[in-house]
Design a protein around this ligand. Structure first.
Ligand code: HEC
Ligand code: HEC
Ligand code: HEC
Ligand code: HEC
Length: 292
């Protein structure tokens, strides 16, 4: 029992090293000895490359590590894979749209407050003002210090209740055959090509929780890599120039992956695993969610 987490950690490091060697578009967390533009690398050593990085000089040297802001080998939180973060204290609510079938009475989608792995993301991305050192709020040991004004996410990457309710794709709902059937039989939805991703799809993953399959942040995002083509924005020339698919799940940089190396194609392939718009002649519709 006591050895199990340690073995998992060995696996963690092996897989990270392997992933870093493939020719992906953006830097993996551990690429270039951890000195890169990957925004999930919060090591103080990476301060010159990202907006949010720990303050140097932690007594235990934790500020120079990469994985520690999310994982710990010992005494991890039961919430996730060797998880090293305290749960978010925010209340978010759920995505609001009158056309959303998963919100209707009688549809078995269990749609409620963010749960499962989405809460792991929100432990940093909640951007709450109450705690000025959200990013350093690890589960094991004292907080890791961050420079003044850099302890919590602000701006477009912060997920407060408003963003969860109106600004991003719905998350933390069950998406299985019975929910699909309810969507397909809804008169407002019957031309929208909803379908289930395959159980063995390597990229678009539904989280198994309470014996059901849930859509979460990790259905679309992989927190370990950044495949964003930093120069590509959609639509090209749009003044705000938003990036297309940051920390995207699709493609691992292998040339055999469909959409590898192209944020725009990779983005659409993920959406189309569930929204088969090509059936209705929208094959060129690559509008990013949410737009604008
Ligand atoms: C910004 C947060 C974050 C950082 C930093 C991070 N991870 Fe993770 N990691 C996660 C999350 C979230 C999960 C759970 C994913 C899920 O449940 O789908 C996870 C899961 C894992 C898993 C389990 C397999 C998987 O992909 O689901 C491995 C292996 C792993 N991480 C390795 C690492 C290593 C090695 C590092 C340091 C180089 C690292 N992680 C840094 C967030 C992070
Ligand atoms: C340890 C804290 C932490 C955790 C946990 C975390 N993030 Fe982040 N994330 C950050 C920071 C810091 C940024 C950079 C924000 C900025 O620069 O504005 C970021 C940025 C991002 C971005 C934008 C990247 C870009 O290039 O624009 C995405 C997408 C993202 N995170 C998704 C996730 C998802 C999904 C999860 C959960 C699986 C997650 N994050 C968990 C800290 C975290
Ligand atoms: C249906 C897929 C999908 C899901 C689920 C999803 N995202 Fe995203 N996310 C995207 C796309 C696409 C973009 C980039 C396009 C855009 O919004 O401009 C994005 C962008 C982001 C960004 C960059 C800031 C921004 O808004 O552009 C962050 C941070 C982020 N997501 C975090 C999360 C977190 C945290 C969750 C879970 C609460 C989540 N995402 C769930 C698809 C998804
Ligand atoms: C794992 C499956 C899955 C993936 C991947 C996915 N979606 Fe969804 N999406 C759904 C489900 C299910 C709903 C809820 C439909 C409902 O309840 O009516 C939804 C809802 C939506 C809605 C809101 C529809 C409404 O009536 O309010 C939009 C827009 C949307 N998705 C766009 C996207 C885009 C763009 C992407 C890719 C970035 C994407 N989706 C990826 C399953 C998915």
């Amino acid at each position: 029992m006591r050895c199990k987490p340690l073995m998992l950690v060995v696996l963690l490091f092996v897989s990270a090293a392997g992933a870093g060697s493939v020719g992906a578009v953006g830097p993996k967390l551990g690429d270039n000895n951890g000195l890169n533009t990957n925004k999930h690398n919060l090591s103080s050593r990476n301060a010159a490359n990202v907006t949010y990085a720990a303050s140097p000089g932690d007594a235990l040297g934790r500020d120079t590590q990469i994985c520690i802001f999310c994982h710990t080998p010992h005494n991890a939180s039961p919430q996730g894979a060797l998880w090293n973060r305290k749960d978010t204290t925010s209340t978010f609510g759920i995505y609001t749209s009158s056309t959303l079938v998963i919100r209707r009475a009688g549809v078995p989608s269990s749609y409620g407050e963010p749960n499962g792995s989405s809460r792991l993301c929100l432990s940093c991305h909640d951007g709450i003002t109450a705690d000025l050192n959200v990013l350093g709020n690890v589960y094991v040991g004292a907080q890791i210090a961050f420079p003044a004004g850099k302890g919590k996410i602000s701006g477009v990457a912060a997920f407060d209740a408003n963003k969860v309710k109106y600004g991003h794709h719905p998350i933390s709902f069950v998406y299985d055959a019975s929910v699909l059937a309810a969507i397909q039989s809804d008169p407002l939805k019957n031309t929208q090509g909803y379908q289930l991703p395959s159980d063995t799809d390597p990229y678009v993953k539904l989280q198994k929780l309470q014996n059901k399959k849930w859509m979460q942040c990790t259905t679309c995002h992989d927190p370990h890599q950044n495949q964003t083509d930093d120069t590509a924005t959609y639509p090209s020339g749009y003044a705000q120039g938003r990036k297309i698919a940051p920390f995207w799940v699709y493609g691992n940089g292998n040339s055999s992956d469909v959409g590898a190396g192209n944020a725009s194609t990779a983005h659409d392939f993920v959406c189309q695993k569930c929204h088969n718009l090509t059936r209705y002649g929208f094959s060129n519709n690559s509008t990013a969610w949410p737009w604008p």
